[in-house]
Design a protein around this ligand. Structure first.
Ligand code: GLC
Length: 657
């Protein structure tokens, strides 16, 4: 099999990082007012460190009237009082840094709040803010065009003082900034520098592919956002932002970019050349919806995996992928793509393996690591999200039945992801001592961090094992992904491979057992099972737990621990012997793989069922399998280290090579 043909992709901390997204209002409330806060994040840093998180993306924490829960900013340089103070933020940066965790902020600059001072000045026509937003006069006594906003209703709102309409792709409380005005762009660059000086390690950029607006004489009756995205001007402004702010800084940058194709990634996030480090794809979030997100379409594994694999192969060597299955805008992945009933635990682990073992930087959304599920609040009064509330109101106005609307809301509402993080079986799931701003999911008594931590077979410890494994094995970060069995209706399988040979990931994304005949040339090849979701995961976070990274003598494979060591007779892998700089500070060097050198694992007997428990692995007992087919149970997930292609049994006395 071919290895990375072209130059080895450049290593970077943010390519090796596990990013954890926090939606601060719903994470942990330290003050007791019912809303999560920065002190709450601070209180949970040890938890994040134990999980193996390298960076935290905070959803917006700036001052905001909260029409879209912080995605409507009224002061970019202030912390919203609900979340705390600037001193809390500075402390959070320091304390996170001390744990090797970097902070990434949400940059919401396609629009501001209508309560931002710029907008107050703009609506009164005060220079220099007059043209900070996009103003148009009406046409034939009506709106400037027929665009609708993402959250329902027209994309234009009339302001009598100016006798004009302003454009808002989202709610009327979120007027779009006019990026064509150089002064607007300079303001954005300045506020970015402000936060960089406070020690943030990068930005997630909200709907950043919408900042370049086309001519607005479009006559179509459409969601305005869809007519705007990916205009060449967006790319041009990002290039300018790169030159002005990002260049030379060792930052994580990821654009939120609905409606993009892999070809867009080649431009926005071209390896080593693009203005951004990564962009978030959306195509894999569209396979189970119809014309709008509220209309269901049957979830089809083949279709989904085609999308995932196409992104992987098209980005190979051209752009670094950003991986996610859920966030604050999407339903919970285990409910959406897996099973939140009988097979919840297995399905959540399977999805974790899919998220963390593809090539790219994985973004774990809060609660995914314990397999949190969608919620089914009985009444619309329990919902808080502006998009959900507008959808319900408009539906009722059009006479749509209550049950129909509630069914769509249960399936797709953004509040599915925004119920409070479930910390314990105690009151309010341990989220707050007050009244939570949104109700907790009633399943918190069963699904919570405390219970998961106590159970070695929990989703949480599986995440820990996967994260640790990925951190110790360069192939799982930088190795190319080779898709397998594209037409199998249930199995998602792929290889990750580099010079040290392939890893095999096989996932049965279905509630029925299935047999997967391994394709040639993989069938019958020696391999060992490193992780699966049916047994207690090995403690890969413990450096004393060995990982088979290279093959030694024939069947009785002896494995060396990862980290640049050379196994007896095995190929060299990992970073060259040098120890990378300590993590913690920013600019801590490009790569974070440990380089401790070699440690050989004793060879032991295989366990009776050939599966490794943590204790077995510590003893180094690996059973070599040569499977022709896998019999995979419901939502079963397996990860194997395979012998490299040239591997053969060596006779005693034969040298290396
Ligand atoms: C992005 C955010 C979403 C927000 C919207 C408008 O899509 O993720 O939460 O509502 O932008 O800012």
């Amino acid at each position: 099999m071919t290895m990375e043909g072209r130059a080895r992709p450049e290593r970077a901390w943010w390519k090796e990082a596990i990013v954890y997204q926090i939606y601060p209002r719903s994470f942990f409330d330290a003050s007791g007012d019912g809303v999560g806060d920065l002190a709450g994040v601070l209180a949970k840093l040890d938890y994040l460190q134990a999980l193996g998180v390298d960076a935290v993306w905070l959803s917006p924490i700036y001052r905001s009237p909260g029409a879209d829960h912080g995605y409507d900013v009224s002061d970019y340089r202030e912390i919203d009082p609900q979340f705390g103070t600037m001193a809390d933020f500075e402390r959070l940066v320091r304390e996170a840094d001390a744990r090797g965790i970097r902070l990434v902020l949400d940059l919401v600059v396609n629009h501001t709040s209508d309560e931002h001072p710029w907008f107050y000045a703009s609506r009164q026509g005060i220079v220099p803010y007059r043209d900070f937003y996009i103003w148009r006069t009406g046409k034939n006594g009506g709106l400037p065009n027929r665009w609708r906003s993402v959250f329902g209703g027209p994309a234009w709102t009339y302001v009598p003082e100016r006798n004009a309409y302003y454009l808002h792709l989202f709610s009327p409380k979120q007027p779009d900034l006019n990026w064509d005005l150089p002064a607007v762009r300079q303001e954005v660059y300045r506020l970015m520098r402000f936060w960089l000086e406070k020690g943030v390690a990068g930005f997630r950029m909200d709907v950043i592919n919408a900042i370049g607006k086309p001519e607005l004489d479009d006559e179509t009756d459409a969601v305005g956002f869809e007519r705007v995205i990916n205009h060449p001007k967006a790319f041009r402004y990002l290039e300018e932002m790169y030159e002005a702010v990002l260049k030379g800084a060792d930052l994580l940058t990821v654009g939120e970019t609905p409606g993009v194709t892999p070809e867009h990634a080649w431009r926005y996030a071209a390896l080593g050349r693009g203005p951004l480090g990564m962009i978030f794809p959306f195509e894999h979030m569209t396979v189970d919806i119809g014309a709008t997100k509220w209309e269901p379409a049957p979830f089809d594994v083949v279709r989904w995996k085609r999308v995932l694999f196409r992104w992987q192969t098209k980005l190979e060597g051209r752009a670094w992928p950003a991986l996610y299955l859920g966030n604050h805008d999407q339903p919970r992945p285990v409910s959406r793509f897996g099973d939140d009933g009988e097979y919840r635990v297995a399905a959540a682990k399977l999805l974790a393996a899919l998220l963390l073992l593809q090539k790219g930087t994985p973004f774990v959304y809060q609660g995914e690591e314990i397999g949190m599920t969608n919620v089914r609040f009985p009444s619309i009064d329990d919902y808080r999200d502006i998009e959900t509330l507008n959808f319900y109101r408009e539906g009722r106005e059009r006479g749509v039945a209550e049950e129909t609307l509630m069914a769509a809301i249960h399936r797709m509402s953004r509040d599915n992801a925004r119920t409070p993080m479930q910390w314990s079986a105690g009151k309010n799931a341990g989220f707050t001592s007050g009244t939570p701003w949104i109700r907790v999911n009633p399943n918190y008594r069963e699904i919570n961090v405390e219970a998961a931590w106590a159970d070695p077979e929990s989703v949480l410890h599986f995440y820990r094992a996967l994260i640790a494994l990925r951190k110790r094995v360069p192939a799982l970060v930088y190795g190319r992904l080779v898709p397998l069995c594209p037409d199998d209706p249930a199995v998602i399988a792929f290889l990750r491979e580099d010079e040290a040979g392939p890893w095999l990931v096989a996932l049965n994304l279905s509630p029925v057992p299935t047999t997967w005949p391994l394709p040639r040339p993989i069938a019958g090849r020696p391999m060992v099972r490193v992780l699966d979701n049916r047994h207690r995961p090995p403690a890969y976070w413990d450096p004393a737990t060995p990982i088979p990274v290279a093959w030694g003598d024939g069947e009785a494979a002896a494995f060396a621990e990862v980290g640049g060591g050379k196994a007896a007779g095995g190929p060299e892998i990992g970073a060259p012997g040098e120890r990378p700089p300590e993590r913690g500070g920013h600019g801590a060097g490009p790569s974070t793989f440990a380089g401790e050198g070699r440690r050989e694992t004793p060879v032991g007997a295989a366990g009776p069922d050939g599966k490794q428990t943590a204790a077995d692995v510590r003893r180094g007992s690996w059973e070599v399998e040569r499977p022709e087919a896998f019999r995979l149970g419901p939502y079963e997930a397996r990860v194997y280290r395979m012998a490299p292609p040239g591997h053969r049994r060596r006779r005693p006395g034969e040298g290396d090579g």
